[in-house]
Design a protein around this ligand. Structure first.
Ligand code: VGL
Ligand code: ZN
Length: 209
C-alpha cells in the first residue's frame, strides 16, 4: 500500500477512558497505539478525533432515570445505546492516552459536544445528518482517501468509515490498529455494513513498515 498526498490517517478516540483502567475501557485498547505510531510516518496528513462530552450527555445512562449502562433507548433520532459516563470535557479520561505522541497531527476534531445527541462518526452526529465539519475540511484540503484506526472498531471507527463512503471517499480500516467493544454482535453487524458500503479492511502490514 503506497500512500500519497491525498491520503489522511484519522486516529479515532485514543483516549484514556477507552483504554484499560478507563470508564469505558475497550479490551486491549492501548494496543492500538504501537500500530498507529508505526504507520503514521507514512502519512503527510494525520487527524485525531476526541470524544468530548458535557457531563449531562444524553448517551450516559446516568442521564436517564432507571437506566443502566448498555441499555438501549429510543431518542428522537433513533435507537441509542447508553454508556457509562466517559470522556467528559476537561477530565483525565477525556485526554489522549499519554503514549499517543503524534505532535504533527494537523487537526484535533472534537465530537459529541451537544448534550442532546451522540456522535459516533467523525463526520456526522448520530442523526446521520448534522455535520461535524470534517467533510468540508477534507474537501478543501483535497484529501480523498481516509485510513482509519483507533477505538472502537465497532462504533466510532466503524461509523466514521461508513460515513466516509457515503461522502464518496475511499475508506480503509486498519484492523490491527483498532480494538472493538463487542456488544451483542456489533462487530459482525458492522462488518456486514462495511461490505455493503465498500469499506476495505486492511492490516498494518500492508504498509510494509
Ligand atoms: C465510542 C461509545 C461511546 C467510541 C464513543 O469511540 O467508539 N463508543 N462513545
Ligand atoms: Zn462517547
Amino acid at each position: 500500500m503506497q500512500t500519497d498526498t491525498h491520503d489522511v490517517l484519522i486516529v479515532i478516540d485514543v483516549q484514556n477512558d477507552f483504554c484499560p483502567g478507563g470508564a469505558l475501557a475497550v479490551t486491549d485498547g492501548d494496543a492500538v497505539i504501537d500500530v498507529i505510531l508505526r504507520i503514521a510516518p507514512r502519512f503527510e496528513h494525520v487527524i485525531l478525533t476526541q470524544d468530548w462530552h458535557p457531563a449531562n450527555h444524553t448517551s450516559f445512562a446516568s442521564s436517564h432515570a432507571g437506566k443502566k449502562p448498555y441499555d438501549q433507548i429510543e431518542l428522537s433520532y433513533g435507537p441509542q445505546t447508553l454508556w457509562p459516563n466517559h470522556c467528559v470535557q476537561g477530565t483525565k479520561g477525556a485526554e489522549f492516552h499519554p503514549a499517543l505522541g503524534l505532535p504533527a497531527a494537523e487537526l484535533v476534531l472534537r465530537k459529541g459536544l451537544d448534550a442532546r445527541i451522540d456522535s459516533y462518526s467523525a463526520f456526522f452526529e448520530n442523526d446521520r445528518r448534522t455535520p461535524t465539519g470534517l467533510a468540508g475540511y477534507l474537501e478543501e484540503r483535497g484529501l480523498t482517501r481516509v485510513f482509519l484506526a483507533g477505538l472502537a472498531y465497532d462504533y466510532c471507527v466503524g461509523y466514521s468509515a461508513l460515513d466516509a463512503r457515503r461522502l464518496g471517499l475511499a475508506a480503509f480500516v486498519v484492523r490491527d490498529g483498532c480494538r472493538a467493544i463487542h456488544l451483542g454482535g456489533s462487530v459482525t453487524r458492522m462488518e456486514v455494513e462495511f461490505e455493503r458500503a465498500g469499506v476495505q479492511v486492511i492490516e498494518s502490514a500492508a504498509f510494509s513498515c
